[in-house]
Ligand binder design. Structure first.
Ligand SMILES: C[S@@+](CC[C@H](N)C(=O)[O-])C[C@H]1O[C@@H](n2cnc3c(N)ncnc32)[C@H](O)[C@@H]1O
Length: 340
């Protein structure tokens, strides 16, 4: 007999061995499915004949979670944040993760670029999908104020969310539009310092990686010359509006934080904003950029957390050898802020 009600026993999800309860659970599932007030994620709606009810203690009256055959996590019908089941939710809450650019993402990116087109600092849409899946439900709005060539918007399209973005450089803006034609009208070619002037709808989630101060203007001669020899950009632009061209650290932090202060106004209450940043070095001194931005923005947002992104496939350079301590910084801070 097909089982409709499961519980946890000896740490395993097992069917409740009671035929009457199984039939009652079947009825309860059809009631839930026909109640329009109950939000049910698409993957559950699309597999109605594989749905069961779940309560860890086997108490049918208290069962408020759906199980999908083959999945070992339950989706709580009271989930107000995302479409994840409990297992997926818990997995994402680890305070660190390792992620290296995926070949499949790079291949997708290249399909939209000519041989001389590129962007010096993109992130992988697959990595951003994880954040979007955690911080939104399907159909919600996702915003990237430093959209670059549109990786966040690609992630939004893949996860069936609505992507919005602002990008200063017209070339990157054009590439972003060609990557996500469905969001063509959602991408603005302008400065995110002017966000208040744009007609953007309220957003459910914001995720972005701003320029890491002026690091690209100070990158090694090797990086610069190898990219220039291929006709590729080694910086974002020469524009004054480009935050990556601000040489003074305090001015950079000030202007960057102002951007996120204006973004606060277009975020829905309770929504999250993730800012991916690094602490950066200049002339042998570490500038705690991620920490300074976190501290400053915590006066407006609730600073919920940091999630550390580690790259472990980048070769180590012998900086400082053999006379001084100079690290290879291969981790980034994903600052997690919430609108009160
Ligand atoms: C680290 S990159 C983001 C790349 C993006 N995540 C991607 O994967 O394509 C930072 C971007 O911010 C843009 N930018 C710099 N200043 C800006 C400003 N004032 N308004 C909007 N975009 C800006 C740069 O042109 C660059 O594309």
């Amino acid at each position: 007999m097909r089982k409709y009600f499961y519980m946890k026993a000896n740490r395993e999800i097992t069917p409740v061995e009671n035929d009457e309860m199984q039939m009652k659970a079947k009825l309860r599932i059809s009631e839930i499915l026909s109640d329009e007030r109950v939000y049910i994620p698409r993957r559950f709606r699309e597999s109605i004949d594989k749905l069961s009810l779940y309560n860890p203690k086997g108490v049918l009256e208290k069962a408020n979670a759906l199980l999908l055959e083959g999945d070992d996590g339950a989706y709580d019908l009271g989930n107000r944040l995302n479409d994840l089941n409990g297992k997926e939710w818990t997995k994402f809450t680890c305070s660190w993760f390792v992620f290296n650019a995926l070949h499949s993402d790079l291949k997708e990116e290249r399909e939209f670029l000519s041989s001389t087109e590129d962007h010096p600092a993109t992130f992988s849409p697959t990595m951003i999908e994880g954040f979007i899946n955690f911080f939104t439900k399907e159909g919600m709005n996702v915003f990237d104020p430093f959209a670059g060539i549109g990786s966040t918007l690609v992630a939004a399209a893949r996860t069936k969310r609505n992507g919005f973005g602002v990008e200063l450089n017209p070339k990157y803006f054009g590439i972003a539009k060609s990557r996500v034609p469905d969001f063509e009208d959602h991408i603005i070619n302008g400065s995110c310092e002017d966000i208040g002037e744009f007609d953007l709808p309220l957003q459910d989630f914001c995720i972005s990686s701003p320029p890491y101060w002026d690091v690209l203007n100070r990158s090694t001669k090797d990086f610069e010359s190898s990219r220039k020899s291929k006709g590729l950009d080694s910086t974002y632009s020469t524009e004054d509006d480009d935050l990556g061209n601000i040489a003074d650290y305090d001015e950079f932090v000030e202007r960057l934080c102002k951007v996120y202060e204006s973004i606060y106004k277009i975020m829905k209450p309770g929504s999250y904003t993730v800012i991916i940043l690094k602490n950066v070095k200049k002339e042998g001194t570490l500038y705690p950029l991620a920490w300074d931005v976190a501290r400053k923005l915590s006066k407006l947002y609730v600073l919920k957390d940091e999630k550390i992104w580690i790259q472990d496939k980048i070769g180590l350079a012998p900086y400082g050898y053999p006379y001084s301590w100079v690290s290879n910084i291969l981790h980034h801070y994903c600052l997690i802020l919430q609108k009160k």
